[in-house]
Write a protein that binds this ligand. Sequence first.
Ligand code: PEP
Length: 250
Amino acid sequence: MARRKLVAGNWKMHGLAADLGEISAVSIAAETAGADVALCLPATLIERAVRAAPGFAIGGQDVHQSDKGAHTGCVSAAMLIDAGASLTIVGHSERREAQGESDADVKAKAESALLAGLSVILCVGESDAVREAGDAVSTVSSQLDSSLPRGDVASAGVPDRLAVAYEPIWAIGTGKVPSIADIGEMHAALRERLKAAYGEAGEGVRILYGGSVKATNAAEIFGVDDVDGALVGGASLKTSDFLPIVEAAR
Ligand code: PEP
């Protein structure tokens, strides 16, 4: 099945008002790109980025599962939408590890975001030790099974508003990338899990690869079956690094 590619940048804890020019430059290039393009920004920058780049897809990097309440430092889906965001990442490994987020938390976050009307990029991925032990495919498959939003919640957003990002933890920010064969094996396995969860709608859910994607490796990675785009960290911060990756997704 042909799926339009999605290239999403994750700025993590980077970005000040001085960087808004980078965002508007990406948004202008995105108008004629052959792929969907988005930037997931720190919450503090979302509203100004939406003003600087009207119509461009700006996202958050996390969302709380509750609508509101005593959750110091967190943002709800309604708050992201209020700021002008149209999507959010959930379950990034840096949050799973540093904030102790479980698959159940990630599932609740994805459901809350989809119900509110956001698109969701749901991240899964294995550690170095799991890969070395030969358990990557089984571990990430069961992580996905436990993190996916319930079918009834997801139905309105599947396949259009839900994407999965396979991000091996050991490849994030390290310059290491799995072999093309390993990426293909994992994406094929995740496609099967999506079909098991959502039936034929699972065919339409985009599966992004993330972990040290750069201009020099993007085209080869995008050529793998069931790789429907990328989640890009470090190389999304500068337009000159990011736009060649977007270009490779044509
Ligand atoms: C990420 O953190 O989502 C990521 C893929 O980072 P990088 O591209 O820097 O490896």
